[in-house]
Design a protein around this ligand. Structure first.
Ligand code: BT5
Length: 258
């Protein structure tokens, strides 16, 4: 905490040796009068989670598993964009500390040299009918120190760490402090969500498949399309083979590179 130079984000930081999921823990803060900006960090997670009940591998000593608890004045439609903003926050932080800028895979994955370095999971609780966000939890899991044998076999070919790609060892506390600082910069100093341009421009630059053909995999099947752009709501605009433009939400589909 000595390293922390923020005003809101990371005040306080709750350190845990072990937890099922820092996101689950942070959500329980919603019922107490926990402070906006509280961060939860765990040395390891026993049930770190991704989207759609997928697992996020969270071994001790290798990564930073962190959730930020927010009581933001936001509408539920802004929640997608927090995830996009956070991907830029992660890319800035990794570049700052190891010199190599990651790329982003829409919506919530950060990659180094074509392999996944970090996943982001934003969850929120909605107030009654109004659509206002009561609280939001932004979970960020970043691989810092793993070598390939540290990953379970099923993700060995798709996952990586900062150390594996660059040889740079980033201390967990340095990474967490820089991450919280960058989060505060985009979220407060640059006025999320009014000023989406502050991160959307960078997000578009960091995306690694704009202009390319992708396979869109949805509930009802899959199709080929060209990824065109990201709109103001954080949706991916694709052009289908019959020339129509579709706006895709993150929840229900996934994208595969051709
Ligand atoms: C994500 O989901 O990538 C979101 C991960 C969010 C993790 C953070 S850690 C702190 C907080 N507490 C939590 O419980 N969660 C958040 P998704 O896009 O659904 O990707 C999940 C997929 O990524 C898995 O199915 C694996 O293929 C792959 N994967 C699992 N563990 C990984 C790891 N450590 N590094 C890279 N890829 C991984």
């Amino acid at each position: 905490e000595r390293r922390l130079t923020t005003k809101i984000i990371g005040h306080p930081v709750i350190f845990l040796d072990e937890v099922d999921s820092t996101n689950n823990y942070a959500k329980t803060l919603g019922a107490s009068n926990a402070q906006n900006g509280t961060a939860v960090v765990a040395a390891r997670q026993t049930a770190g989670k991704g989207r759609l009940a997928r697992k996020f591998e969270s071994p001790e000593g290798c990564g930073v598993y962190l959730s930020i608890f927010l009581r933001p004045k936001l509408q539920v439609s802004d929640i997608n964009c927090i995830t996009l903003m956070t991907a830029v926050v992660v890319a800035d932080t990794v570049e700052e500390l190891c010199g190599l800028r990651p790329t982003i895979k829409w919506t919530n994955d950060v990659y180094l040299n074509g392999k996944k370095l970090c996943g982001i999971l934003t969850e929120c609780s909605i107030e009654g009918e109004s659509g206002a966000v009561e609280y939001a939890v932004v979970g960020i899991g970043t691989n810092l120190g793993q070598t390939s044998v540290d990953f379970p076999e099923e993700i060995r070919n798709i996952a990586t760490s900062v150390f594996q790609e660059t040889g740079v060892r980033i201390a967990q506390a340095d990474y967490a402090a820089a991450l919280l600082k960058n989060f505060e910069r985009y979220f407060y100093e640059q006025h999320f969500p009014e000023n989406k341009a502050s991160f959307l421009g960078q997000y578009r630059k960091d995306l690694f498949f704009l202009g390319q053909e992708v396979t869109v995999v949805g509930m009802t099947g899959q199709y080929t399309a060209v990824a065109m752009d990201i709109d103001e709501e954080g949706r991916l605009l694709v052009r289908t083979e019959d020339g129509r433009t579709k706006a895709l939400n993150s929840g229900e589909i996934s994208i595969r590179m051709k």
